[in-house]
Write a protein that binds this ligand. Sequence first.
Ligand code: URA
Length: 276
Amino acid sequence: MLRKGMIDHTKIKTLVSIFKDAGVDEVISPTTHSRFQEIEETLPLESLPPQQKVLKEPPVAPLVSPKVASSSAQVSAKSAQTLEELRTSLLSFGGCSLKYTATNLVFGDGNSKARLMLIGEAPGADEDRQGLPFVGQSGQLLDRMFAAIGLTRQESFYISNIIPWRPPGNRQPTPAEADACLPFVRRHIDLISPDFLILVGGVAAKTLLGGRDGIMRVRGSWKDYTSEAGKKMKVMAIFHPAYLLRSPGQKREAWLDLIRIKHTLLDAGVELKNPL
Ligand code: URA
């Protein structure tokens, strides 16, 4: 039996697991906040006329059918002529509900003039906080993998994701969410206009290559890809670094893929810095 003042660890564990299941998986403030109280304190309710005495609601995702989301994404993505315009289009796009639970838009990073573009799945907690792709543990592994073949993010590649907003609790994005964002990804590829495209993980591979085969089958071989604007490029899918962190036994296959990438890029005259 618990005496007054004692902590019930079982209850705390249950609460933490309820929060985790709901996607609340990190503490962002050392103190607790009453949001209702904060709203009341900031709104001078008594001074407002009765019809305006409504508390401000947090932004709620509008209900948008997949068809409407996709056609609005197509129009909005197509009209972007620069990376900055594409970022602005995404900021005002309402067809993907992940936007309403994310902290930041995670757009892209690296050298936008590079001949190599990498596309991952979706941001995690670190990326959501910083607004940059692949900056957490798996991103650091990805950077080390490419640095081993002489390619750095600063100089040799540009990197983005299929989904620019973090799915709550790092769940996998649904096909509907990927479809809603796809026109922006295709436009992103056209604006970078790389010669080589690397799809990092199964979600990026499935979304851009289609087909029924999973990452185990599609990874490691170059395929042809024609961009929306008609540019032909070489595309290869590789294992996601988060998967390699969970299954280090697959690092050998990942290394073989990197060697293939290195040889193809060398043959194409891409400069590599001290590759292994
Ligand atoms: N995993 C991804 O696929 N993308 C990121 O930006 C981070 C982790």
